[in-house]
Structures are given as structure tokens and as C-alpha cells.
Unconditional design. Structure first.
Length: 379
């Protein structure tokens, strides 16, 4: 049986012309699954943890179709793709109706830099020690998933020089986050930061990947990959998830697939070297995504992000075929060949299209794709 998988997706709301509008408060409680975020211009929905990719596809699409139908009752409004305020007003903060102290803390300390849209991918694990080991591996390879998902080359109607402007402006933890060797170390680390006040609460563990569960840090049951930009194409999102799941199945089958054990970096400084390496890889990917030159955690060799992804793809393909979800993995190759969303948008920009026309076209394509998939799969 496959691992359980679920998503948390944030999306911007606004006009068909791409202007974000604060609408979230009018939607929460009216459309199932949707919750408020810090800013009224974006909203979040979640899917249930499921084993089946087919069922996940339905849960990705159906809430959006219901949301679009409800938006029609409010006016000429829609969902806007991309992970930043592409067409403007990042200088403003439209405070949501959620008055929790945590969200107030975020607004006070980070302002509109947190007003981004992303997708968090959650993969279930029942064994906490295996989960901690999985987090070590995926922490090292998280930049590859950002490379596949990058969709924020614009901010305030301008190009930014980044394929993932979101990962550039998004606040990251100011405290040191180690490669946890075991569950006990993770518990001790969280308790220490909560006691010192450097973490506001258990949610205030901002990293590319983290353990998650209903009673963190004690009861943890899923890996949460937090680095990805918003992927609006459901087939692409499921492909990225399939690559992640396949990599985790490799770890389940071979516990030695662990950066702390398999890396050839010097043993005396390996933990810190690995963290420094992945931070440098993130910095390169947020600029150039699939074309970024990275360093491999195994031996420090230089490798292009797209080539590293392709190596993993070919390596996991026999396992995926055996497990029966090859069709959901294969769109990874389409992303590698045609480019991610940011690369497609920047290509259009280089050919003379302005940011508004690019976002407007993407809005139309997103709505059409949802309907096409719903009709194809009888959703």
C-alpha cells in the first residue's frame, strides 16, 4: 500500500485581470475546506490524507470548482495563480479576521513578506524515528522540489531576478535548525526554543521540511515539505508528490539512504556542512530553478538541478512501476523538458508579453484545466 498524502494549498483571490482582492472573509464558512490566512487576499484549503492518487486528484480539483461557483455570487472574481503578488500592492497588508496571537506576531514582525501562496505536501509515517530520518534526506533534496515548482518570478508588476521570489522574501527561522539525529533530539530542541521564547509556538518552526503531527513535538506522524511554490496544475503537483513518495520508499527499503551516514563530507563537520550545502542550494534554486548549479549532498560534486532530478527519477522508476503509480510520476519529465511555471512566464516576458497579460492568460488556463480534468475523470 502507498503512503498517505495530503496537501495544504494557498491561493490568491482577485479579478480576471489579475488584481488581488481581499475576499477571504466572505468565503470562509461558505465553501467547504477553505480557511483564512494572514492576509484577506489569499485563502487556504486542505485535502484529506489519502493513499490513492486518483482520489487526491479529485480532492485537489473539486474544492476549486466549488470556490469558483461561489465567487460568481460575489462578483466577477477568480483564483490567481503564482506564489507572489505578481501585479502589485505588496506594500499593503489586508489583515484577516483571524485574530490569533500567532498571526498577529507574524504580521507585526514580517509584514507583507508572508503574503505568499504555496503548497505544503504532507506524507504520512507511523514510525517517528523513520520520520526524522526522512526529514534529514528530504531537507537535503528540498531545493529540487522548489526547482520543479517555482512560480513566482514577478512582484508588483516587475520581474525580480528570481524564479522563486516567494522563497527569497519569505521569512525563515532566525535560529539554527540542525539535522536531528533522532526524535528525542527534536523534542529537546523544540522544548528549548519554546522555553527561550525564540519560537512563538510549535508551528514557528520555519524550515524547508519539518516533522508534523497533532501534538508536536511528541506525537509526529507525517513529513511536511514546505518549500514548494504554488503548483496550480494538479497533474504536475501529483507528479512532484510521486517523486517525493518514491524517494521516501527508497529510504524505507534502504535505511542507509541517510545523509548523516551516506555523505562523504568530513565526518567531524558533516552535520553543519550538510546544512550549509542545502542553504547554498536553496539560494541558487530560488534564482535559477531547474538551471541552477548545485552541490550534491553525497560527495559535494557540482550538478545542475534538472540533471539531479532526472537522476533520481530514473533511479526510482523501477520502484514506481512496481508500486503502480508511474502515470502520476511521468509529468516530472514534462516539467524538466518544458520548464516550470516561472520559466514559462519569463520566456513569454522575454518575447514581449507584459506581466498582466501573462497572469491573465494563466488565470484562464488554470480555470480551463480544472474543468477539463473534472470532465475527464468524472469529478
Amino acid at each position: 500500500m502507498l503512503l498517505t498524502k495530503g496537501f495544504e494549498l494557498e491561493m490568491f483571490l482577485g479579478t480576471p485581470q489579475g488584481d488581488p482582492i481581499p475576499l477571504a472573509e466572505q468565503i470562509v464558512g461558505k465553501v467547504d475546506r477553505f480557511m483564512q490566512e494572514t492576509d484577506e487576499r489569499h485563502i487556504e484549503y486542505t485535502t484529506e490524507p489519502l493513499h490513492s492518487y486518483e482520489q487526491l486528484l479529485s480532492q485537489l480539483i473539486l474544492p476549486r470548482i466549488q470556490l469558483r461557483e461561489y465567487l460568481k455570487t460575489l462578483g466577477d472574481y477568480t483564483v490567481i495563480p503564482g506564489s507572489t503578488l505578481s501585479l502589485g500592492r505588496s506594500d499593503r497588508f489586508y489583515r484577516s479576521g483571524d485574530t490569533s496571537p500567532y498571526l498577529e506576531y507574524i504580521e507585526r514582525n514580517h509584514g507583507s513578506n508572508v503574503v505568499t501562496a504555496s503548497v505544503h505536501i504532507n506524507i504520512g509515517f507511523s514510525d517517528p524515528e523513520l520520520l526524522i530520518r526522512a526529514c534529514r534526506l528530504i531537507k537535503m533534496e528540498a531545493p529540487l522540489y522548489l526547482a520543479l515548482s517555482a512560480s513566482s518570478p514577478f512582484l508588483d508588476d516587475h520581474t525580480t531576478g528570481y524564479h522563486s521570489t516567494r522563497w527569497h522574501i519569505l521569512p525563515h527561522s532566525q535560529y539554527h535548525i540542525p539535522l536531528f539525529e533522532n526524535h528525542a533530539e527534536y523534542i529537546e530542541w523544540v522544548e528549548g526554543h519554546l522555553a527561550a521564547g525564540t519560537m512563538f509556538n510549535v508551528r514557528h518552526h520555519w524550515d524547508n521540511v519539518r516533522p508534523n503531527g497533532d501534538r508536536r513535538p511528541y506525537d509526529i506522524n507525517r513529513l511536511e515539505l514546505r518549500i514548494c511554490d504554488l503548483v496550480t496544475d494538479p497533474t504536475s503537483l501529483l507528479a512532484i508528490t510521486a517523486l517525493l513518495e518514491a524517494r521516501l520508499w527508497q529510504l524505507v527499503n534502504d535505511p542507509n539512504l541517510d545523509p548523516l551516514e551516506m555523505s562523504q563530507l568530513p565526518a567531524t563537520t558533516r552535520k553543519q556542512d550538510l546544512i550549509d550545502l542545502t542553504k547554498a542550494n536553496e539560494a541558487a534554486v530560488k534564482v535559477s530553478s531547474l538551471d541552477a548549479e548545485l552541490r550534491h549532498w553525497q560527495d559535494g560534486r557540482k550538478i545542475l538541478a534538472r540533471n539531479w532530478i532526472n537522476e533520481i527519477y530514473n533511479n526510482v522508476l523501477p520502484l514506481v512501476k512496481q508500486q503502480g503509480f508511474e502515470n502520476f510520476l511521468s509529468p516530472v519529465q514534462t516539467i524538466l523538458q518544458a520548464g516550470n511555471t516561472a520559466q514559462k512566464w519569463l520566456k513569454m516576458y522575454a518575447q514581449g508579453a507584459d506581466t498582466r497579460s501573462i497572469i491573465t492568460q494563466a488565470i484562464q488556463e488554470m480555470a480551463k484545466q480544472e474543468l477539463d480534468l473534472a470532465n475527464q475523470f468524472g469529478i
